[in-house]
Design a protein around this ligand. Structure first.
Ligand code: SAH
Ligand code: SF4
Ligand code: F3S
Length: 447
């Protein structure tokens, strides 16, 4: 009987896709997936360090696995990887001695070698070499869920920015880009496998350049669309940085029909003063100019964003500027969090007398207001018809289907049982809440 693994994932889509690669590597070595950690011989914890809370989420699981190993599973292997693995390295087996393997995102391709070393010499094995190249792993090795219509492609690793609050450059290292040829080869394979949607991934995805020719992200969008044409009907990408959103990229987004009418463009704050302190490289006006350019080129585009509330030194006035920015832009979705000091980042050194409760109050206000704005936006969609890519059963009601619009909105709707993920249907919006839309299928050709 083959040995069993189980991967648990926290964090962003890059981490989720990394977990697919970990699973692929293990299956290549003859392992099979266990349904839960309790039944696995090897549990991999793929972790996120972006905020303190994210980092702490894994602690409960570590306690559970430690207990399991002590009481009934002395042979259980525990591997700790991802961004916290990179950040804490040797500290982890010191604190949790039952963890035998620790590695960072850049060392992911070494998993087979690390397992061999562990079997030969014993643990702990710790590998946190930030200069290692993990883009050499072919994405085809990822173990993708064939039921999910969207396939991820990593096009770059790392981040060369130095936002004052952010730990990511320390967990994923310097930027490195996959070659255009490698990316296109992967698109071809995914198209053959029948994935109707592709999402290009990178922490700074629109900073991508072809290492051989210097061609930019706009060229990549056009070439990916050509390569998948007829099979890949939707192309998304995340996460874009406002500084790298060039006019050439906006044009490509507008002209290439497969590129979805949605963009996640993290703003972080509406105050130019705070943006400068954050070292974001743009100010409020610069961000709004880009939004104007996008809206002019792609009238129906849906914008979403990330906001940090309570960056050290943020005043009530600064916060009001973030509030007015939300009104001005009208985001489809806002991911907002209270600032969390991260070890070794410049912002963690700034004195920050503002009490946390005040920051949480601000966050609540922002989220309340955004909910109202979203409800109004969603209600205005009632009566409109969208092309929906079916993703699976609706979360709340398994007799219904759920899918997404090109603008990345989830719509739930009743439909025939044989519909299934990956199919496209036309749906008229009948009902709207702040976070969800409901609809009904309309026949082809109907308005
Ligand atoms: N590369 C992307 C985002 C990376 S991290 C970008 O530059 O936009 C994802 C989000 O986490 C960020 O957009 C930010 O809003 C949030 N974030 C990062 N560091 C944080 C911190 N120290 N405290 C709170 N939120 C943080
Ligand atoms: Fe972090 Fe800034 Fe890089 Fe985004 S661009 S990953 S926020 S340092
Ligand atoms: Fe978290 Fe690492 Fe992604 S810190 S957000 S998993 S890059």
């Amino acid at each position: 009987m083959s040995r069993l693994y189980h991967v648990l994932t926290w964090g962003c889509q890059m981490n989720e896709h990394d977990s697919e690669k970990l699973a692929g590597l293990l299956e290549g070595l003859g392992w099979s997936e266990a349904p839960d950690p309790e039944n696995a011989d090897l549990v991999l914890l793929n972790t996120c360090a972006v905020r303190e809370k994210a980092e702490e989420k894994v602690h409960g699981m570590l306690d559970r696995l430690g207990h399991l190993q002590r009481t009934s599973r002395p042979d259980l292997l525990v591997a700790f990887c991802g961004c916290v693995g990179q950040l804490r390295g040797e500290e982890i087996p010191r604190r949790w001695p039952f963890v035998q393997l620790v590695f960072g995102p850049r060392n992911l391709p070494d998993l087979p070698a690390m397992l061999a070393e562990l079997a030969r010499d014993g643990g702990p094995v710790v590998r946190t070499d930030l200069s290692a190249n993990n883009l050499r792993l072919p994405g085809t090795l990822a173990r993708r869920d064939p039921e999910r219509p969207k396939a991820w492609i990593t096009i770059m690793e790392g981040c060369d920015k130095s936002c004052a609050y952010c730990i990511v450059p320390r967990t994923r290292g310097r930027e490195e880009y996959r070659s255009l040829d490698d990316i296109l080869a992967e698109v071809r394979l995914l198209a053959e496998e029948g994935f109707p949607e592709i999402e290009l991934l990178g922490q700074n995805v629109n900073a991508w350049r072809d290492p051989a020719t210097g061609a930019g992200f706009d060229v990549l969008l056009r070439r990916v669309a050509e390569e998948g044409r007829g099979a890949v009907r939707r192309i998304r990408f995340a996460t874009s940085h406002p500084v790298h959103l060039s006019s050439a990229i906006v044009r490509a987004m507008a002209e290439v029909p497969e590129v979805c009418d949605a963009l996640h463009l993290p703003v972080q704050s509406g105050s130019s003063r705070v943006l400068r302190a954050m070292r974001r490289g743009y100010d409020r006006e610069g961000y709004l100019r880009k939004v104007g350019e996008l809206r002019e080129a792609i009238p129906g585009i849906a914008l979403s964003t990330d906001v940090i509330v309570g960056f050290p030194g943020e005043t009530g006035e600064d916060f009001e500027e973030t509030m007015t920015l939300l009104e001005t832009v009208g985001f489809e979705q806002v991911f907002s969090f209270v600032y969390s000091p991260r070890p070794g980042t410049p912002a963690a050194e700034i004195e920050d007398p503002e009490p946390r409760e005040r920051k949480v109050e601000r966050l609540m206000r922002l989220q309340e207001r955004q909910k109202e704005l979203q409800l109004a936006r969603n209600r205005s969609l009632v009566g409109r018809v969208f092309e929906i890519l079916v993703e699976g059963k609706a979360r709340r009601d398994s007799t219904e289907w759920a899918g997404r619009t090109t603008t990345n909105r989830v719509v739930n709707f009743p439909g025939p049982p044989d519909l299934g993920p990956g199919r496209f249907v036309r749906v008229e919006i009948t009902d709207a809440g702040p976070h969800s839309l409901r609809g009904r299928i309309v026949p082809e050709g109907a308005a």
